[in-house]
Design a protein around this ligand. Structure first.
Ligand code: C5P
Length: 220
């Protein structure tokens, strides 16, 4: 069966970790749509583009190749032939991505691409508008949420493992700021199942979503 699974939620809610695990279990393709917005932001910054110019950003995206490959430690992101997997996670990109992703002209181009990637099914996609715009007919829609404190703590632990030591307070501020800037981009589908992951482990969240998927398959 080639289902479409949509996972939406705010920054650092655990979407990508969970989405990756679900995709692995089902042998599906995992698509991190945030990485696509990050890649185009990286290119805009590199080319000193005006981040307020939505039409110009959309036009640039039309002439940009973004490829996602399943790597051993997650997704490898190739932008016009350049491996940008790590650089798109830099604070510079993180702090500017919402200003790029907010433009409707750019989103239109991006959503069309993401729809094409999802068309055949057998995909787990995570982002902000997957259940509403990219895969409005997804078989399973999940909306993950967690408190800012919890999300900051998770990000902190994740970064410590990578040898990055950003103070917890700073991460909390960053996440709260991105919530504010992503208000328009983040849309919960009416038929999405909300899972508050604040006191749940990654395994527990993954199991919950797997149960929803099994239920859905049984009812088909
Ligand atoms: O998921 P991640 O935090 O990496 O996403 C980076 C940014 O990309 C978000 O802060 C948001 O501005 C944008 N985004 C979006 N729509 C999506 C996925 C991400 O606008 N579907």
């Amino acid at each position: 069966m080639a289902l479409q699974i949509a996972i939406d939620g705010p920054a650092a809610a655990g979407k990508s970790t969970v989405a990756k695990r679900i995709a692995d279990r089902l042998h599906y393709i995992y698509i991190d749509t945030g990485a696509m917005y990050r890649a185009v932001t990286y290119k805009a910054l590199k080319n000193n583009m005006d981040l307020n110019d939505g039409p110009a950003l959309a036009e640039m995206l039309r002439h940009t190749h973004i490829d996602l490959f399943a790597g051993r430690d997650g997704q490898t992101v190739i932008l016009d032939g350049e491996d940008v997997t790590d650089v798109i996670r830099s604070p510079e990109v993180t702090n500017h991505v919402s200003f790029v992703s907010k433009h409707p002209e750019l989103r239109e181009v991006m959503v069309d691409r993401q729809k094409a990637l999802a068309a055949k099914g057998g995909v787990v996609m995570d982002g902000r508008d997957i259940g509403t715009r990219v895969m409005p007919h997804a078989d399973v829609k999940v909306f993950l949420q967690a408190s800012v404190e919890e999300r900051a703590e998770r990000r902190y632990k994740e970064q410590i493992k990578k040898g990055i030591n950003t103070p917890l307070d700073e991460l909390k501020k960053e996440i709260a700021l991105r919530d504010e800037r992503d208000q328009k981009q983040l849309q919960k589908a009416e038929d999405a199942i909300v899972i508050d992951t604040t006191s749940l482990s990654i395994e527990a969240v993954t199991d919950k979503i797997m149960d929803l998927i099994k239920e859905r398959v049984r009812s088909q």
